[in-house]
Structures are given as C-alpha cells and as structure tokens.
Design a protein. Sequence first.
Lengths: 468, 374
Amino acid sequence: MKISDLKDTAVTSGYKMLNLMAITKMGIKHGPFDLIRDIRRYPWLLDLAKVNRLVTKLSRSRRGNYRKAVGMVLHGIVKEMVHQIEGIFHRQEKLVLHEDMVPPEILRAMGLSPWMPEMLGILLPMIVPNVMEEYIDAAENEGIPADVCSLPKTVIGLTVKDRLPYAKAVVTSNLPCDGGMSSYIYVEKQLKAPVFRLDIPHHFKDERAEVYFSGELKRMIAWLEEHTTGRMDWNLLQEICEERNRMMDYELQLWEMIAARPAPLAADAVYLSHLWFYNVCSGLKSSTEVFRRLVMLAEENLKNGVAAVPDEKYRALLWNPPTMHVIDLFAIAEKRYGVTCIMDSMSFNRLPFIDTSSRESMLQGIGRYIMNGPMARHTRGPMENYFDDIFYIIKRFGIDMLWMAGHIGCKNTQALNNIMREKCRAEGIPVLIIDYDLADPRITSREGIFLQVDHFMENVMKAERRFL
Amino acid sequence: MTAIDSELKILLEKPLNHLVERAINEGMIPIGYACSMVPEALISVGKLFPVSMRAPGSEGTEMADLYLSSVICTYARSLLEFALDDRYKFLGGYVFTAGCDHLRRLHDNLDYLKKPGFSYILDIPHKTGGAALEWTIEEITRLASALEKQFDTDMSRESINKAIEKTNALNRALSAIGTLRKSKHPPFTGTQYHRLIMASRVSPAEYMMPLIEKFRKTAEDSEGRSEYRARLMITGSGLDDPEYTNIIESQGALVVADRYCSGSFPGLEPLDSSSNPFEALARRTLEVTRCPRMMEGFNSRAEYIAQIAEEYSADGVIIESIKFCDTWGLESAALTDQLRAKGIPVLRVEREYRQSGEGQLRTRVQAFIESIGH
C-alpha cells in the first residue's frame, strides 16, 4: 500500500469518525427515552444514521483532495442535518415546514426553524437506495397516480404514514411542477396546520414578476408573523444574505477553476455542496466555510497539476437532479470511462448575488434567485431558459457530452427531450438520456442504469471500458 | 331531438366544421384556445371568434409522442399530432395559458415544430387576491394589444364589452337549457347536451344561436326522460368528446351535470359588461373557472361539486381524469375522500383523450350504478 493510499484511508476514516460523533452527541443530548420514542415516530432517523455508507460509496474511488472534498461536503451535510433534527426535538414551537423552492433564509431571519420535507426524499435514497419505496407505495395506496413525480409522492407518503414533524405552519409554492404544487393538499389535510402558498409567475423574467413575487414574499412574512411566533429581523436577514453572497463568491471561484481541463474537483464535490448548502442552509457561516475549503482544495490541485479524475477523458454536463439512488454514478463512470461530471443543472445559476442595501432589494434579490433557480427556471417558464443554459454551460465549461437524468416523473423535462436531442445533435454534442425514476429503484434498477451508460459509452462514444 | 342532435354531431366531426368554414369565407378569423382559463370573450372581438382546440377522431399520437414523450397527457399529444398533420391550418393563431405543465410544453413544442402566425401564452397566477387580479388584468390587456396588432382589430373597451355581451347571450342560452336537467324527467340526454355545449365551443356564436334556439324549442316539445336507472354528475379534466358521456349513459345512467373544462359548470355565468372589461375577464379567469391548478381553494372546489350534485339531484359523481394529468390526478384522490365523506357515491376513472377502454368503462359504470342501489 502506498503512503498516499494510507493518507486517503485516514481522511475518510476521520470524516466517518466526525460523523459518528455528531450523531452520537445529538442522541446523548436528546436522552435515551426520548430518542427511542422519536425513532419509533421517525424511523427514517435510523436510515440517516447510516450516512457513513454514503461516505464509503463516494470516497473509495477518489484520491487526494478530491476524496477530502467529498468527505468534507458529506460531513457538512451531516452537521446541518443534525441541527435540523434537533429542530424537531427541541424547537418544535418554531418549526415551519417549507417546500424545497421556498427561501429558508427568510424563515431563519424570523427566528423560525425551517424543515424541508423533500429533504428526506433527496437524502435518504442516497444512503439506502430503496428506502423511499414504502412511502411511494403509501401515496399510491391513497389514490395518487403512479405517474406523478416520486419526490412529491414521498412527501405524501411520509405525511400519510405520519412520519413528518408537526409544524406550526407550512409554506409552499407552485414550483417546481404541478405534482409538487398539488402534493401539499395532503400535507395540509394531514398536519392540519395553516398553509401559505407562494405564487411564482411563468414569465418570471418580466420586471413586473420581480415586483409581484417580492410582494408574495412580503405577504408570506406578514402571514408567518400572524400564524407563528416568528418576527422579521431585517438586520439578521441582511447578515444571512451577505453570508450567502460570500458563499456564492467562493462558488464562482470554484467554477472558474473547474472550467480548466482537467478539472481539479468534480461531480459530488460540486453538485452535492450546492444541492445542500444552497437549498437547505445558505447564509450560515458553516456553509460558506465548506465552499472556502473547496476552493482551497481545488486551488491546490490546480497549482500542483492534479486532476480530480486522473485520466479525465470526457467532460459531462449532468442535466436534472442527480440519480439519487445511484448517487455513485459518476464515481463509477470516472473509473470505468474517465467521464468527469463538471457541471449540472441544479448547481448552475446566473444570478448569484443579493443586493442587501435595502429591505426591498433583499426581497427582490431573494425572489430573483428563487425564480431563476434551476428547478424553477427549467421547469417553469418558456423552454428558451432551458436551452440557453445548456449551450452556455457547454461553452463555458468545455463540455463534451450531456447526460440527462431522465426521471420518468418529470413531465416538464420529458417533454423537451426530443428537442434537446435535435439541438444537441446540431451542435455535435452527444446525449445520453438515462431512463429511471428519481426515488424509486424498482422502475430502473442500478444495473439498468449502468447498462444504459455502458451502451452509450461503448456504442456511441466508442469508449474503452475498464473493468474495476 | 334526433334532427338537431345530428346537426350538432356533424359540427363535432372535425376541427374545421362547416360553420367555421362559412365564417372564414366571410372574413372572420378563428383563434384556437386550449384552456378554459382563456377569456373567450376577448377572442370574440370584432372579426375574431374562439375555437376550442380538439382532436376529434384522433387515431394515434405517434409523432407527438416523439416530442412530448409518452408521459404527457393525451390531450396535449393529440393536439400536437393534429397540428403536425396541418389540421389547424385554418386557425389564425393560438392562445394558450401557462395552465399546467402539459399545456406549457405543448406550446413550447408547437413553437419549435410548427410556429403559427400568432401564438400567445397567458400567464395566469396560481392564486386569487388583489395582486393576482392586478397581474391578470395586465396579462389580458397585453393579450388584447397583441391581438389588435396582429389582426388589426379594434380592442377598445366598447368593442370588448360588445363581445362580452355576445358571449353572455350565448352562455345564457346554453345555461337556460342546462337548468332543464334539474327536472325529474329532463327532455334530453346528457350526451345531447354535451354535443350542444361542445358545438358552441367550436363554432362562431352568431351561427350557433339559431341551433341553440332550435334545441331549446325541440326540448320544450319533447317528453321528459324517465327510463334511466341513476342520475349522475361528471366532473374532472377537459372532456370534449360527447361519446364518452354516451358510453356512460348507455348503461342506464342519465348525466345531469357536467363540471369539467368545456362543460357547463362553471363558465356559463354572465360577465359584467358595464364596467372595466379587462377586470371582468380577469375575475372570470381567476375566480370562476375553479381549476385544480389553482393552489388554494380545494375545499371550495369540493363544496361546489357537492352543491351542484345536490341541485341537480345526482345520485353519484364520476370523477374522470386524463392519464398523466397531475393537477386532476392529485385533486381527484383527495376529492374522492371528501365527497364520500359527505355521503356522495363516487366512481373515479382515468381515461385517455381519445376513445379507448370502452368495455372497461361500461363495466365500471354498470358496477357503480348497482353499488348505489339502482
């Protein structure tokens, strides 16, 4: 065994140890009896506790700073998840459920404890791939059509099975799709909590959309002040937005570096960090710190001429959310074919900063980033948003191929697949559309997904397959 | 009733019927629309007239499936297929709404594959209230300007109010006939009324009025129907094929109320033509259509259905939704529970846009009628 291998093993073991410590500390703080009671109420807690499986899955094929980055991002997620769970245990009087396209920054600035139900449908299948099946089945047994996106179905299933925390209020929106929007009928019915619904216009690039949506945010704040103990602290919101801007600044630096060929960091280190720290806990110092250290690791690799993927052959753009129950898709593809995921549709955004000069500008800035968020811009609004982004990213990051995570429940993107194929063909960009379901491995198994990858790489790209 | 019914049937056989053809020959311009949230009165101004987009006799969606995929609802796919076959060439343009994911992507694909001379997508908020109303007024005002520019049509308030009056007259006439279904022995079947409503949605109002009047007179002279086993209400997503109602009625039911896009509930209520027409149209779009794509108001939508069922003495409600329709798919699951909790028998069915699974539907309706004790 080489010294570098020993170092890598030590890095992963270190992060695993830190994860275990954070989880154990949470359990001790909660007390054994309360913990047992809550594990019975929220059995998914035990699945989350298996997070080190995910660390192993994503680390074993990575080396050096890339492995360090993956471990650090996952540890950051564990720490924040622990904090979120403590919100259920200790801050229930402030707990507000919010759908994934509702800005948690505002809730935090109001002294509330945000909890995103979709977070479970995203995080759990990464750790235990088939864990959401029982919730999907529960939703379908309630009469929810099988063709509805599995993410809202997991939320409905968790609701029906009474596995979501009781909240003082619920805030949701018409994003990202009709299925997601309508799923909150069930959350409302089951939790019997008051619900506020944010409305985001279709023509969101129109100036009046900004005014309309910031008005919606103001109405949400007033509603929350009426229905919860939360009070808006504008100074705190300013601090949160400024912190978010700092984090974004680091992310832009990171993007600058990964545009280099070969990229110094890639795949999960880039997209999991954005997926979690932007959507769940942006504006926290700890989140900015993760990005600062990612930049340092990337810088070091660049300086030393070290590539994240030692023989980077193909640079891929991942479109749609990552394949959650096969989260190591790129970890395997890197080894097997030298495919490196450089950028993804969930991370990429064009309006990074929030103007913090006034209350109005902050709300407009938050509104703008929500309306221009990937799941908003690409699933609502006209198709130009979609294709403009694809071809901009391809050019900006030197992309060789597009991998479309063709989640069967995402009707918005399914209905654009053929236009995408034709446009990419015209530009000479090979496209792989992976047919699968976001949270349900029974639709396409792990093997089925890799079979599609192998067929594409071997038949279209004529790539040589390396057996692991 | 048979003679007028046959006349209506002919109007529904293809998108370009003889009344539309006549109107075009006289210099009128048909504007296609595919959502009940589109303010029909606005596309009835001057020489414009609305035509609800349908795909009668659709036999498959092979080309549309390639673009829209097989997980988009078959209504959207059928429209795209017809557009690709040049079956809507006679239309002067389209007005869509960002009503649901399926219609938005239909609009995107149409723009890419077969861009018409005029194509507009109305951005309707997903909730009601002051800000949403203001937004919708602005949207409708913008659509009016675009129509004025494209078709050189006078879109002054007076002209729009005149069009509102014309639409009101048509809707009042349809509504007056519709209320005859409250009677214990209605003089026509649900299928016949469905044909009347649909023919009115695909033909110019001026030419439809005499037919509506003929229908009314015939109904007045007809004997009431007593040979039915159960009175049913149909609710759900867009249903523009009266043959579907016919299959239900073939099992001994009488369809007495129709609460779906393109049905008579809601939508036939008269609009205020005396004030700001843009506001009247916006209020209709936001507050009257009661589509489940609106995020709020689930309870009031359920109440509305229960109220209509009671008013029309329906023995049960059939909730139909087109396969892959997310908003109706999710709404109908919750609606089923809510209506059953009120003691209303419910049959929930998924269907395709074009006629299919006829035998299955017959069996389910038979079983439903038996289960409600008739």
